[in-house]
Design a protein around this ligand. Structure first.
Ligand SMILES: C[S@@+](CC[C@H](N)C(=O)[O-])C[C@H]1O[C@@H](n2cnc3c(N)ncnc32)[C@H](O)[C@@H]1O
Length: 281
């Protein structure tokens, strides 16, 4: 029996193809919008490069072997390899792994599967385990323990991702572990916090781009298709509208209502970079 394809994976690959075709970027993370960079889709590749540079600038001296968990299409791994690190990846998505090998080169070793499930030899240890916008996808109760198992004594964990704030109300933007729960799990671990930076203000503008795409590209395109289809096949269009009315309304609220923007992101999410360290033993 073939297993079901995860819709999040399909979304990531569709986004990858779209942005690669139009903008030449293969990164699957947010951009870092520093003050001098105008927030517009054309500047997304530069903002994403700044994110990668910012992330990699937090790798401590002496680190050689890196495990890139949730390596996406291999953008960060390629940067790491170019800087002389030995890198292995973890990826549950065969489609993204293929793209990662294409980008990072056939020598890039990928452990295929979810981080929760992949097995490593007991003595396979890394100087640093990295989660670049992949932390939110991995089971919170076990992720720090599993990452620590892959680290040499004194090794590091680098997490760059967003979390849910305690803000009341319903957010149309999904994703992120609850920050309080993460803090509790972190406190219960033996990891020492070396850096803990809030980059919400620099990452929130990505949502303004998503909002603009929804309003100026996706909504008019759907309206056009709906208009053409409705004129040519009025009964079928009525039937589809009736059958999928609730789904369409939900999608509209989630993606096209204008609520998916920087302001809402900054209210419901907090984007942090954390550098953690295992004790020397
Ligand atoms: C937003 S992308 C980030 C990709 C890449 N790290 C980057 O910075 O461009 C999220 C990544 O997490 C991966 N992922 C999702 N669930 C995972 C899991 N349980 N274990 C490992 N990786 C996972 C996805 O396949 C994807 O590669």
């Amino acid at each position: 029996m073939t297993s079901k394809v995860d819709s999040k994976e399909v979304g990531l690959v569709a986004g990858l193809n779209l942005f690669h075709f139009f903008l030449g970027t293969r990164d699957l993370h947010y951009g870092l919008w520093q003050d001098d960079l105008e927030v517009c889709i054309q500047n997304l590749p530069e903002a994403q490069k700044r994110y990668s540079d910012f992330l990699l600038s937090h790798i401590p001296a002496g680190v050689k072997r890196v495990l890139d968990v949730g390596c996406g299409a291999g953008g960060v791994a390629t940067e790491l390899l170019a800087r002389g690190y030995e890198v292995e990846g973890v990826s549950p998505s065969p489609l993204l792994s293929e793209a990662a090998r294409e980008q990072a080169g056939p020598a890039f070793k990928i452990h295929q599967g979810r981080f929760e499930d992949v097995s490593f030899a007991d003595d396979e240890k890394f100087d640093l385990v990295m989660f670049s916008e992949s932390f939110q996808y991995i089971t919170l109760d076990t992720v720090l323990r599993d990452a620590a198992l892959r680290l040499k004594p004194g090794g590091y964990l680098l997490i760059c991702d967003f979390f849910k704030t305690n803000e009341k109300g319903r957010s149309v933007i999904g994703g992120g572990h609850p920050i309080d729960k993460f803090r509790a799990v972190l406190q219960a671990s033996e990891l020492e916090v070396l850096e803990d930076k809030d980059i919400t203000a620099l990452t929130a503008p990505n949502l303004d781009i998503v909002d603009q795409m929804g309003r100026e590209l996706i909504l008019p395109t759907f309206k056009l298709i709906g208009y053409a289809f409705g004129s040519n096949h009025p009964w079928l269009a009525k039937l589809i509208r009736w059958k999928y009315d609730r789904k369409f309304k939900k999608m509209h609220r989630k993606y096209l209502s204008g609520e998916r923007n920087a302001q809402s992101f900054a209210r419901f999410k907090v984007y942090r970079l954390l550098l953690l360290r295992m004790p020397e033993q």
